[in-house]
Design a protein around this ligand. Structure first.
Ligand SMILES: [Fe+2]
Ligand SMILES: [Fe+2]
Length: 157
C-alpha cells in the first residue's frame, strides 16, 4: 500500500480546475444561469479547501521552520487574492445577466480577466505541490497525517 501523503489533496485541486473549466464552457455557450451555478459551486469548494489549509494544515506546517519560497503568508496571500478575483467575477456575471446587449463582448472581457486567475491557481498549485504538501509529510507521523486528512475530506463523503 502506498504511504499516505498530503499530496492526495492535489485531487481537490484537479476537481477545482475541472469545475472552473465547466463554468467557462457555460460562458462560451452564453448560458449565464449555468455559468453562475458552476461558479458558485466552485467558490463553495474553493473556500472550503482554503479553510482546511489555513485552519488544519498551516499551523502544522509551521513545524517545518523557515522554508525558502514558502512562508505561510505567501499561501494565505494567494488565497486572499483568489477570493478577491472570484468576487469580481461574480459581480461581472451579475451585471452581464442584467444587460442583454453586448453580452458576447462582456463574456469575452470576463474570460480575459479569468486568464489571470487561472495563472494564479496554477502557480499556487505548483507551490503547494512542491513545498507545502511535501513539508507536511516530513513533519507528521502517519497517524497524525491520517487524522488530518480524514478531517479534510470529511465534508466530501
Ligand atoms: Fe490547495
Ligand atoms: Fe491553497
Amino acid at each position: 500500500m502506498r504511504e499516505l501523503s498530503f499530496t492526495s489533496l492535489l485531487d481537490v485541486h484537479k476537481g477545482l480546475q475541472e469545475l472552473f473549466l465547466q463554468h467557462q464552457e457555460a460562458l462560451l455557450d452564453c448560458d449565464l444561469v449555468c455559468a453562475t451555478e458552476r461558479l458558485e459551486e466552485f467558490e463553495r469548494r474553493l473556500l472550503r479547501h482554503i479553510w482546511e489549509e489555513e485552519t488544519l494544515l498551516l499551523p502544522v506546517y509551521e513545524r517545518a521552520g523557515a522554508i525558502p519560497g514558502g512562508p505561510p503568508v505567501l499561501f494565505t496571500g494567494e488565497h486572499k487574492r483568489m477570493r478577491e478575483l472570484l468576487e469580481g467575477f461574480e459581480q461581472a456575471l451579475a451585471s452581464l445577466a442584467k444587460r442583454p446587449d453586448n453580452r458576447k463582448r462582456g463574456i469575452l472581457r470576463l474570460l480575459d480577466r479569468q486568464a489571470t486567475f487561472k495563472n494564479l491557481m496554477e502557480h499556487h498549485d505548483q507551490r503547494e505541490t512542491n513545498i507545502l504538501y511535501p513539508a507536511l509529510d516530513r513533519v507528521t507521523p502517519e497517524t497524525e497525517r491520517r487524522e488530518i486528512l480524514s478531517r479534510c475530506g470529511a465534508w466530501r463523503r
